[in-house]
Design a protein around this ligand. Structure first.
Ligand code: ADP
Length: 260
């Protein structure tokens, strides 16, 4: 790949306190501006650990070694990388209004007043295609469906206009139709806002629909990494071949029309 990397990760190893094996073991790869990277692999393979390390969200007792070299200034925590978690019910605060939660990033990091922040939140709710955004500002998370809550979590994640958006199994807890809608939303948001997307999933069909590049993790090691179309049509590692054979029927239409 001859693109300019946003950051280069070299021999990254992460171990959690008291764990017998490192969660990540000597990972080297690059992240490219304005591209969509899917990180795939079985549960426990280290996908979230890699994303959390990039976002500065590892627990304090995790020990990390290796290098992450950013091409420009390193990202500021909470501002330059937006993070969307699997369960919006857990990531949204039940006692704060939707408006407060979506406005917070912009108020804290962009210097907006709360009044300006709420106007910004209203625009973001519209951008994530939620109906009646002005009314929603005053609503609470429990008043929304799972898919709507995930749209709110995405709006909150992009509130401070991050350069990178990480979606960590962000569609896994949703039904199939909502999953496709959220994946399509993420895709259009990163294109419209010029963001880099890191999309963590165990769903290869989703990765094939959404990703420009794919990194395959197995037991904390990077077994394969490259352009999605090449990797999926001509995988070199036996583990990738097994994953594809087990999960992806390439004859089925992509989840996002025209995206494969
Ligand atoms: P994935 O996202 O692929 O499911 P994770 O990065 O969550 O994988 O986990 C990788 C390994 O690290 C697993 O063995 C998991 O049990 C362990 N792990 C993850 N988070 C913690 C933590 N906070 N403390 C201890 N071990 C952890």
């Amino acid at each position: 790949m001859s693109l300019l990397p946003l950051c280069t990760i070299e021999k990254l190893t992460v171990s959690y306190h008291r764990a017998t094996q490192p969660a990540l073991n000597g990972i080297s790869l690059s992240l490219f501006a304005n591209r969509r990277l899917a990180i795939i692999g079985e549960s426990g393979s280290g996908k979230s650990t890699l994303a959390r390390r990039l976002a500065g969200l590892l627990p304090r007792d995790a020990i990390s070694s290796g290098r992450i070299d950013w091409n420009s200034a390193p990202p500021r925590q909470g501002r330059d990388i937006g993070y969307v978690f699997q369960d919006p019910g857990a990531s949204l605060n039940p006692v704060l209004t939707i408006g407060e939660q979506v406005a917070e990033g912009a108020v804290r990091h962009l210097g907006l007043s709360w009044k300006q922040g709420l106007a910004h939140a209203r625009d973001l709710l519209e951008q994530v295609h939620l109906p009646h955004p002005s009314l929603l500002l005053k609503a609470y998370p429990h008043q929304l469906s799972g898919g709507q809550r995930q749209r709110v979590a995405i709006a909150a994640a992009i509130s401070a206009s991050p350069k990178i958006l990480i979606a960590d199994e962000a569609t896994s807890a949703l039904d199939t139709i909502t999953q496709a809608a959220i994946a399509s939303l993420l895709d259009s948001l990163v294109r419209e806002n010029g963001m880099t997307l890191i999309f963590i999933t165990h769903d290869i069909a989703l990765a094939s629909s959404l990703a420009d590049d794919i990194a395959v993790l197995k037991s904390g090691r990077l077994v394969e990494w490259g352009e999605a179309s090449t990797l999926l049509s001509d995988p070199t590692h036996s583990y990738t071949k097994t994953l594809i054979a087990a999960h992806l029927d390439l004859s089925t239409p992509p989840l996002i029309e025209g995206a494969r």
